[in-house]
Design a protein around this ligand. Structure first.
Ligand code: FES
Ligand code: FES
Length: 183
């Protein structure tokens, strides 16, 4: 026998169409919007807050296109509900540049031609930005392993690997120069 929706306590607690306010610290700015409890973070960011730099491909955690940073850690925005992100810091590709100045990572992608159609690029940049803070001296194999969480159909990955290694190397040089200057 079909169960009536009205008799289900879970449905009664979360009626269809119910909307809730969700507040994010999005790229350094406090942003609030409404969503249904079932809405994905990726859709909330794009459609409710208008931050369309985050792309959506597979919607089930495989392609990596939707990768953002949640409290500084890269993660799939299609595997998180918007309501789970309430009150948390969310960084997206829109937050990488400072005004018109691209970040060193974005500049390296430009220099090495590490993107073609660009669909995967926002997610890859957000993963790489987190990764390089945790792994300042990666090998080519390390970078390839990290990138295995992303699907790019255009570049063949080699220019992306070169861009990431280039940034890592330049950052190490800069931090060495700073150490020498401060000695
Ligand atoms: Fe999230 Fe593909 S859209 S991993
Ligand atoms: Fe086209 Fe990666 S640049 S999918």
């Amino acid at each position: 026998m079909k169960k009536s929706r009205g008799g289900d306590p879970l449905v009664a607690a979360h009626p269809l169409g119910e909307r809730r306010p969700v507040t994010l610290h999005l790229n350094g700015t406090i942003r609030t919007g409404d969503c249904e409890p079932r809405d994905l973070l990726s859709d909330f960011i794009r459609h409710e807050l208008g931050a369309t730099g985050t792309h959506v491909g597979c919607e089930h955690g495989v392609c990596g296109a939707c990768t953002v940073q949640v409290d500084g850690v890269a993660g799939r925005a299609c595997l998180m509900l918007a309501v789970q992100a309430d009150g948390r810091r969310i960084d997206t590709v829109e937050g990488l540049a400072q005004g018109n100045a691209l970040s060193d990572l974005q500049e390296a992608f430009r220099r090495h031609h590490a993107l073609q159609c660009g669909f995967c690029t926002a997610g890859i940049l957000m993963s790489c930005a987190d990764y390089l803070l945790r792994v300042p001296n990666p090998s080519e194999g390390d970078v390839r392993e990290m990138l295995s969480g992303h699907i790019c159909r255009c570049t063949g990955y080699t220019p992306i690997v070169q861009a990431v290694l280039d940034v890592a190397s330049k950052r190490r040089e800069q931090s060495h120069e700073l150490e020498v200057d401060n000695a």
